[in-house]
Structures are given as structure tokens and as C-alpha cells.
Design a protein around this ligand. Structure first.
Ligand SMILES: NC(=O)c1ccc[n+]([C@@H]2O[C@H](COP(=O)([O-])OP(=O)(O)OC[C@H]3O[C@@H](n4cnc5c(N)ncnc54)[C@H](OP(=O)(O)O)[C@@H]3O)[C@@H](O)[C@H]2O)c1
Length: 330
């Protein structure tokens, strides 16, 4: 088998397409041939060393779909040839990694896909769409009629959040960079989108909400955008802190925050069991099949060229999901 591995933390140049022995599945494990692996920001952050405790060398990637090649266990739904999605924390956090031609993983993280499901779409839902759904409707309960701000509309979690909120009857304000990306955000369901490189975002949000501010912010960007998000929130508003694409230190004016009785709510899908993730995944598939949400694809990349995909995302050019396609089976 082949996999995208790195032996030290660093920039995309550390990624190597390496040959390695195909693992022998042990009791209760599934060996699958990967059909598609979706790229997430965490792949870039973990490659760069955000979690220095990850053992090296490692294979990158936390989201993939595949076809079962071998399973010797009690489950009757994992026969060879079955299309599956991997949902769980192990895959990319010390586990086998998704950027590979083959993955060997415990069966509790493997779920069969309904027959008519596209394996590319399914690979893209695992982390970002499950996270956005969990954040908006389970960790927190956003209500129809409320207004939501989604910074960084081109991001994976953000594109999911815009669509899910719009479908739930939420008024969505978004930010992105440049008019073309703002247009794409509006096509996904944002009622308004502001350019964070050109506009005064808090002023624009106040104007769009009659001076009141939004009810909720869902923030997967981190860094300075947390303080900006609090400025955009109404009194007693809630900010869902999901990610740190632009930096993991969140500095904000604590006095202003307490005067306004705002809340910052941390969101982390890591502890969600695979079964709970699959329950959300099934709701997402139903929304996709009904045409209510979609997965905007930025581009497909041969898996061996994963470093190129990482560079494009780091440059800020990507909008939506990047999908790595492994070479065809010999
Ligand atoms: N807590 C959890 O359980 C959980 C789950 C999933 C993801 N995450 C984390 O969430 C973060 C985002 O993941 P992702 O895969 O969605 O990342 P992504 O696809 O790379 O999106 C990041 C986005 O940040 C936006 N951005 C950059 N600078 C900005 C600024 N100054 N103002 C506003 N937006 C800005 C960009 O938006 P534009 O393209 O529109 O400019 C970019 O697309 C990562 O840190 C990831 O690890 C956490």
C-alpha cells in the first residue's frame, strides 16, 4: 500500500508518498481500500505540529470513505465490497490516517453507506458537517428566527454551518475575502456576506441587525476573529468557539464581555462516540438527498500530491472541500 506520511512536523514539503506493508487486520478490525479522503484544516495543523504528542512517522487524514476488503468479525454489514465511511476520533489522532490506499481500523468506527450514496460526498461530511450540526443543534440550540454570523465562509465547517442554519430558518450573515467568495457564500444560503479584508465587520453587522448585533456566532477561525465576533454579538449573545484555523490564542476585552453578559461556548466533537457521529451523519445524508444542503468541492487532487492541496488551502484560495483520490487498484 501507499500513504502520505511525515517523519517530522513542518510545512507541506514534509509530506511524502511512501510505500509500506499493507496491514493485516486483527480480530474486530476492518481492512478497507480508500475511495476518497477529504482534506480538513486539522490535517494541516497536525502536520505542522499543533499536537506535538502525535507519534511520528504518521499518516495524515481524519476523513475517508472506502470499500471493505477484509473483515473477520461478528458484524454482518461489513462484507467484502461494502462501501463504508469511517467516523471516529482514532483515524487521524494517532490511528492509521486517511491519506492512504488502505486503512485498517476497528469496526466500531466503520459504517456502511446507503446504496445510492456518493463516496466523495460522504467523505466530506465526517468532521466538518458533523461538527457544524452538533454545534448548532446539539451542543447549543439555535432557534428559528435568530441571526447567525459565520466568519470565513469558504471554510469547511463554515460552508456546512451556512447551509444547515439557512435550512433551519436562521438568518445568516457571513464574512469572506473578496466579492467572488462573498457571492458564493450567498449562493449557499447566506443572506448577507461582508468582506473581512475590506469592510468594518462589526459596523456592517450592526447595520444589518438594526444596531442590535447577532444572536449567535459560530467561529471556526479563531485568533483575532473571536474578539471581532464578540463585538458583533448582541447582549447575552452566544459565541460557539470551534477552531483555530488562524490562531489558538483568543484575546478579548473581558470587561466588555461581562458587562454584556455574553457566553463563549467551546465545541469539541472529539468525545462524540462513532455511533453518535453516525446518527448525525445519517441526518446530513437525508438533507443532501432532499437537496437542502450540498458539499461545495474546491477541487480533486491525486492523493500522492497531497502537499499541493495543503499549499492551496494555506494560501487562502480554496473554497469548500478538497478531496484526495488514491490511484486505482492495480
Ligand atoms: N472543535 C472541533 O471539534 C472541531 C471540528 C472540526 C474542525 N475544527 C477546527 O476548526 C477550524 C476550521 O476547520 P476547517 O476545516 O473548516 O478549516 P478551513 O476549511 O481551512 O477554513 C478556514 C477558513 O478560515 C477563514 N479565515 C481565514 N482568515 C480569516 C479572517 N481573518 N476572518 C475570517 N475568516 C478567516 C477562511 O475563510 P474564507 O475562505 O472565507 O476567507 C478559511 O476558509 C480548524 O482549526 C479545525 O481544527 C474543530
Amino acid at each position: 500500500m501507499h500513504a502520505i506520511r511525515h517523519h517530522r512536523f513542518g510545512d507541506p514539503d514534509v509530506l511524502r508518498w511512501e510505500q509500506m506493508p499493507t496491514p493485516e487486520p486483527g480480530p474486530g478490525e476492518v481492512l478497507l481500500r480508500v475511495e476518497a479522503a477529504a482534506v480538513n484544516r486539522y490535517d494541516l495543523l497536525s502536520r505542522a505540529g499543533i499536537n506535538p504528542r502525535l507519534p511520528l512517522p504518521r499518516t495524515v487524514g481524519i476523513d475517508c470513505t472506502g470499500t471493505v476488503e477484509h473483515y473477520d468479525g461478528p458484524r454482518t454489514d461489513l462484507a467484502p465490497g461494502t462501501s463504508v465511511v469511517v467516523l471516529g476520533d482514532r483515524l487521524g489522532n494517532g490511528g492509521p490516517g486517511a491519506y492512504a490506499t488502505h486503512v485498517c481500523i476497528t469496526a466500531d468506527e466503520v459504517f456502511p453507506l446507503p446504496l445510492d450514496t456518493c463516496d466523495i460526498t460522504a467523505a466530506c461530511l465526517g468532521i466538518p458537517y458533523v461538527t457544524a450540526y452538533y454545534a448548532l443543534f446539539q451542543r447549543h440550540h439555535i432557534r428559528p428566527g435568530e441571526t447567525l454570523l459565520v466568519p470565513g465562509a469558504g471554510g469547511s465547517v463554515a460552508t456546512a454551518a451556512i447551509q444547515l442554519a439557512h435550512h433551519a430558518g436562521i438568518r445568516v450573515l457571513a464574512t469572506s475575502h473578496g466579492p467572488a467568495r462573498c457571492s458564493r457564500a450567498r449562493r449557499l444560503g447566506a443572506d448577507e456576506c461582508f468582506d473581512y479584508r475590506a469592510d468594518d465587520i462589526p459596523a456592517q453587522v450592526r447595520k444589518a441587525t438594526d444596531g442590535r448585533g447577532v444572536d449567535v456566532v459560530i467561529n471556526a477561525v479563531g485568533g483575532d476573529t473571536i474578539a471581532q465576533g464578540l463585538q458583533c454579538l448582541r447582549d447575552r449573545g452566544r459565541l460557539l468557539a470551534i477552531g483555530s484555523a488562524q490562531g489558538r490564542q483568543f484575546a478579548f476585552d473581558g470587561f466588555r464581555f461581562l458587562l454584556r453578559e455574553q457566553q463563549v461556548i467551546g465545541v469539541n466533537v472529539t468525545p462524540l462516540t462513532p455511533t453518535r457521529r453516525f446518527a448525525i451523519f445519517q441526518k446530513l445524508l437525508a438533507l443532501i438527498q432532499a437537496g437542502h444542503i450540498t458539499v461545495p468541492i474546491d477541487h480533486f487532487q491525486p492523493m500522492a500530491q497531497a502537499a499541493e492541496a495543503h499549499r492551496r488551502i494555506e494560501s487562502g484560495a480554496a473554497f469548500g472541500k478538497t478531496v484526495l483520490i488514491p490511484p486505482p487498484a492495480p
